[in-house]
Design a protein around this ligand. Structure first.
Ligand SMILES: Cc1cc2nc3c(=O)[nH]c(=O)nc-3n(C[C@H](O)[C@H](O)[C@H](O)COP(=O)(O)OP(=O)(O)OC[C@H]3O[C@@H](n4cnc5c(N)ncnc54)[C@H](O)[C@@H]3O)c2cc1C
Length: 605
C-alpha cells in the first residue's frame, strides 16, 4: 500500500497554529518566505511518497546482510539515500556554513516525519549522520569541522553514535572502551561497541563514528568519559581519504523490525591502531554527547509518530475498501454487506488513532518551534523556550513512541486477519515501531529524566509555567458555548497532573514514590499536554470553519462533501472532543492508581 504523508496537518501546525512569522523575522531565517517553506514541505512529501516509500518493503524483506566484515543493505537504498542527500534533507536544519539548508527546526520536523514514515530503517542513517556532524561542529577543532561537517550534512559521509557496550546500556558510566593519548595529539581507541545503528555499510565512502571512551587515568563512572571522532577511513589533511582506520564490524543483529537498518558490533583497535580525535575536553564526553542524544530522543519521538501515522492511513484506506457485516442497527441478512468503516467500533478506533496522532504531531512540532524560538531570542525569553525544549524532550520520546506502538497495533486490528499477514503493511509497521520505546534511552529512563532532572530545572519554573498555561487556557474556555466540556476535562486533568508533579518535586526523599511512578507521571503529562494542544488547535479550526461558512452560500453538508478544508477543520474539532471525552479521563485513573499503591515492592519473584 502507498505511503500517505500528512501534509495538510503538517501545514496546519506550521502555518495556522504555530506563530511561525515570529521566527521568520529573525535574520537566521529571514531568507525564507512562507511560500518557499510550503514548497519545500510539498517537495519533501513527494520524494517520500514516490521515491522513498517504495524501498521500505526491500528494507524489511531483503534487509541488511553481513558478509565477512562487510554490511550490504538493499540495492534500492543507495539511489534514495543519494536523492535525499542531493535535496539537502540530511542537513535540512544544519548550519549553511557547513552544507546545511539552515531551515527552522519545525520545518525540518515536517521533512523528517515524511522520510521516516516512508522508510524508518533508512531514516536512521540520516538521523545519526546529522547528529554526528552537529557534535563535531559544536565541539571539534577547526580542522575537524572543516574536513568533516559539510561532507556529512551533504551525505558524502555518514555518521554513528557509539555508546553501548555489553555491560553498559542504560548506564553508560560502565563504558570500558579505552582511549590512549599519542604523541601526535590523537588517541588510540580500543574496545567493543554493540548495537551500533548503521555502524557499517557502503552507502557512503566514509563513516564518522562518535565514540565515548575512557582515558587511562579517568575516574570510574560517567564523569570519566571522553568523546572522540573516529573515522572508518582516516582523513588526509587535504580532505581526501587515507588509510583504513581498523574499525571492524564483527556482525549484525538479527532482529524483530527495521531490518534495513544494520545494528552492528564494532571493534576498535583489534586489527591495528584505530585513531580517534578528541572532541572538546577530556572527561566532558557524556555532557557533549547529550547534545546528540537529546536531538536523537526528539527524533525517535518523531519516529513513533511517523510510523504510526503511516500505519493509520493504510488502515483507514483499507476500512473504506473492505466489506464485511451489516449495519449495527440493521442485521437483516438481505441487507448488502457494508464497508467496515461503517461500523461504529472501527470508526471509534480509527478516531482514537487520528486524534492521538494529531496530539503527538502537535507535541513534536511545538517542541521544534520552541527550539527555533530559543535560537532566535535572548535572555529570559530564550531561557523560557529552552526550558520547554528540555522538559518536552523525554515526553516526545516516550509518549510518542509508546503511543506510536499502540496505534500501529490498533491499525493492525482494523484489518482483521489480513493485517497479520505479510500481504498488508500493518505487520511491518508494528515490528518497526516496537524498537522506538527501547533505544535512545528506554522509555523508563526518559520518565526518570523527566521527574528527577527536568522537573527540577530552574527550580521547577518550566514545569510550573507550562501547567499554569494549560490551566489558564482551560479556565478561559469553561463558559464557552462549544468547548466548555473539553475545558472542564482539561482542567481536571491539569489539576491532577500538577498535584503529582508538585508532590514529586517536594518529596525528594521519597525516592520509591518517584521511582515507582515516574512513568505514569510522564504519561499524565503527555495526555494533559495532548488535551491542551488539541483544544487550542480546535479553537482555530472552529473559527476557520465559521469564516468559510459565512463566506459561502452553501449549506454545511454540501461544504463538508465538497470542500477539503471544511472536512479537515471539522475533523480537527472532532479529534479534540474525542480526546477530551475518551482519553483525558485516564489521567484521573492514573492519578488514583499511583496515589498510594506500592504493591510492586511486595511481590516476591
Ligand atoms: C535496534 C537497536 C539499535 C540501537 N542503536 C544504538 C546506537 O546506534 N548506538 C548505541 O550506542 N546504542 C544503540 N542501541 C542500544 C540501546 O540504546 C540500548 O539497548 C538501550 O539504551 C538499553 O540498554 P540495554 O539494552 O543494555 O538494556 P538495560 O540497560 O540492561 O535495561 C534493561 C531493562 O532494565 C531497565 N532499567 C535499566 N536501568 C534502570 C534503572 N536505573 N531504573 C529502572 N529501570 C532500569 C530498562 O528500562 C530496561 O527495561 C540500540 C539498540 C537496539 C536494539
Amino acid at each position: 500500500m502507498a505511503y500517505i504523508p500528512q501534509v495538510r496537518d503538517a501545514k496546519f501546525n506550521l502555518f495556522e497554529w504555530l506563530e511561525i512569522d515570529s521566527i521568520l523575522k529573525h535574520p537566521l531565517f529571514s531568507d525564507f518566505k512562507k511560500d518557499d517553506l510550503e514548497m519545500i514541505v510539498d517537495e519533501a512529501s513527494k520524494l517520500a511518497r514516490n521515491a522513498i516509500a517504495p524501498t521500505n518493503v526491500d528494507g524489511d524483506r531483503i534487509g541488511a546482510k553481513y558478509d565477512n566484515g562487510r554490511v550490504i543493505v538493499p540495492a534500492s537504498f543507495k539511489k534514495v539515500f543519494d536523492d535525499v542527500a542531493s535535496n539537502g534533507y540530511i542537513g535540512s536544519t544544519a548550519n549553511p556554513e557547513f552544507g546545511g539548508m539552515g531551515l527552522p527546526e519545525c520545518v525540518g520536523t515536517a521533512i523528517n516525519e515524511f522520510i521516516i514514515g516512508a522508510n524508518c530503517a533508512l531514516s536512521l542513517c540520516l538521523l545519526l549522520t546529522r547528529g554526528t556532524a552537529h557534535l563535531i561542529e559544536s565541539f571539534g577543532s577547526e580542522d575537524l569541522k572543516n574536513l568533516i561537517c559539510e561532507k556529512m550534512n551533504t551525505g558524502i559521509w555518514a555518521g554513528t553514535m557509539c555508546l553501548t557496550e555489553p555491560q553498559a546500556g542504560s548506564d553508560l558510566g560502565d563504558i570500558k572502551t579505552k582511549a590512549i593519548k599519542q604523541p601526535d595529539g590523537s588517541y588510540h581507541i580500543e574496545g567493543q561497541k554493540i548495537f551500533i545503528t548503521w555502524g557499517e555499510h557502503e552507502l557512503t565512502e566514509n563513516i564518522i563514528h562518535a565514540v565515548l571512551a575512557r582515558t587511562p587515568e579517568a575516574p570510574v563512572g560517567a564523569k570519566g568519559l571522553s568523546l572522540f571522532c573516529v573515522p572508518k577511513v582516516r582523513i588526509n589533511p587535504d580532505g581526501t581519504l587515507g588509510e583504513d582506520n581498523n574499525v571492524t564490524c564483527g556482525g549484525i543483529e538479527g532482529k524483530m523490525g527495521i531490518h534495513g537498518s544494520p545494528t552492528c558490533t564494532l571493534i576498535f583497535g583489534e586489527k591495528g591502531a584505530t585513531k580517534g580525535w578528541l572532541l572538546g575536553r577530556e572527561r566532558l564526553g557524556l555532557l557533549y554527547m547529550f547534545q546528540m542524544m537529546n536531538a536523537a530522543r526528539y527524533e525517535v519521538g518523531l519516529q513513533g509518530l511517523a510510523v504510526a501515522s503511516a500505519s493509520y492511513e493504510n488502515a483507514l484506506s483499507y476500512a473504506k475498501e473492505r466489506k464485511q457485516g451489516r449495519p449495527y442497527d440493521n442485521k437483516d441478512p438481505h441487507h448488502p454487506q457494508i464497508f467496515i468503516i461503517g461500523h461504529p467500533e472501527i470508526k471509534r478506533t480509527l478516531l482514537e488513532q487520528k486524534s492521538t496522532l494529531e496530539a503527538m504531531r502537535a507535541l513534536q512540532f511545538y517542541t521544534a518551534f520552541c527550539m527555533d524560538k530559543a535560537k532566535t531570542s535572548e535572555g529570559e525569553e530564550k531561557n523560557y523556550y529552552q526550558g520547554y525544549v528540555e522538559l518536552f524532550t523525554p515526553i516526545c520520546k516516550a509518549f510518542c513512541t509508546d503511543n506510536g506502538f499502540q496505534i500501529t497495533s490498533m491499525a493492525m486490528q482494523c484489518y482483521g486477519g489480513y493485517g497479520y499477514t505479510k500481504e498488508m503493511p500493518a505487520e511491518q509497521s508494528l515490528r518497526d515501531a516496537r524498537i522506538a520505546p527501547v533505544y535512545e534511552g528506554t522509555n523508563y529512563i526518559q520518565a526518570q529524566d523527566l521527574v528527577l532532572s527536568k522537573f527540577k530545572m530552574q527550580k521547577g519554573e518550566p514545569v510550573r509555567a507550562l501547567l499554569k498555561m494549560i490551566k489558564e487556557k482551560a479556565q478561559s474556555l469553561l463558559n464557552d458555548q462549544f468547548f466548555s466540556k473539553c475545558a472542564k476535562n482539561l482542567l481536571d486533568a491539569v489539576e491532577l497532573t500538577s498535584n503529582v508533579a508538585e508532590k514529586m518535586m517536594a518529596q525528594e526523599k521519597d525516592l520509591l514514590f518517584i521511582s515507582l511512578n515516574a512513568y505514569p507521571m510522564l504519561m499524565m503529562m503527555g495526555e494533559t499536554l495532548s488535551g491542551y494542544f488539541l483544544l487550542s488547535q480546535a479553537e482555530i479550526a472552529k473559527k476557520k470553519l465559521q469564516e468559510i461558512k459565512e463566506s459561502s452560500n452553501k449549506d454545511e453538508k454540501t461544504l463538508l462533501e465538497e470542500n477539503e478544508d471544511v472536512k479537515f477543520y471539522h475533523n480537527k474539532v472532532v479529534s479534540a472532543i474525542f480526546y477530551s471525552s475518551r482519553i483525558l479521563p485516564f489521567v484521573k485513573a492514573r492519578y488514583e492508581s499511583i496515589k498510594e499503591d506500592k504493591s510492586a515492592m511486595d511481590v516476591i519473584f
